[in-house]
Design a protein around this ligand. Structure first.
Ligand code: TZP
Ligand code: MG
Length: 213
């Protein structure tokens, strides 16, 4: 029994970046974050060999499956298929959405990065299951993230499509509440979770902020 893509909870979406870990073990940090309340994990690897990406993905899949959380692989469709992850996340410069969908099939989750309305509408039309919209605020984590789109554009994007929208870029415990006000389905974070030593506690704080308790 796999995870059904229509019932995915996008509330607290952790995106990995091994450069931000300051020597901590990636799997230990992700496990703590899941125990704290992270609902979805994206493995994002930019500087490792295919072999290392695959091995990391395989181990991450075991971890996320253990907790019943979906694993999304960034960019690498081959690795997503090889480890049978729940989904793939691609951006504007990656394989076109229709081509990716053709290969991964209808049951896998397909995520798409957008930073404006046109890209959002195109993503929806071409079969994305959810959109990652941003960067909402300035981010030091992705050097080519582009200019912050801000909360108003984020809300326009959310209001323009019927698929889930996850906000990304510079989100942390101090601004999560105002991001929630836009009506988006979740927040995706890298440094606000993995850049901290207390990964579990910060995840607990973020999910309770998000769920409003
Ligand atoms: N895509 C748009 S912004 C971003 C990605 C992967 C980085 C987000 O990192 P942080 O540390 O949560 O700002
Ligand atoms: Mg990409």
């Amino acid at each position: 029994m796999g995870i059904k893509k229509d019932s995915v909870d996008y509330s607290l979406y952790l995106v990995t970046d091994r450069n931000i870990l300051k020597g901590r073990d990636l799997f230990a940090a992700v496990e703590e974050a899941i125990l704290g309340g992270v609902t979805l994990v994206q493995l994002r690897e930019k500087e490792v060999s295919s072999k290392e990406f695959y091995n990391t993905a395989l181990k991450m899949k075991q971890l996320t499956s253990h907790y019943g959380i979906p694993l999304i692989i960034n960019d690498r469709l081959d690795i997503m298929l090889a480890v049978d992850a729940e989904g793939l996340h691609i951006g504007q410069e990656d394989l076109p959405l229709q081509a990716a969908r053709k290969i991964i099939g209808a049951d896998k989750i397909l995520g798409y990065s957008v930073s404006n309305l046109d890209e959002a509408k195109q993503g929806k039309a071409l079969g994305a299951d959810y959109l990652g919209a941003g960067p909402v605020y300035y981010t030091g984590t992705k050097s080519d993230a582009g200019k912050p789109i801000g909360l108003e554009e984020l809300k326009r994007i959310k209001d323009s499509v019927k698929i889930p929208v996850v906000a990304i870029g510079g989100i942390n415990e101090t601004n999560a509440a105002e991001v929630k006000q836009t009506g988006v389905d979740g927040i995706a974070l890298v440094s606000a979770i993995l850049g901290k030593q207390n990964t579990g506690a910060i995840s607990r704080q973020l999910i309770s902020l998000w769920k409003g308790n």
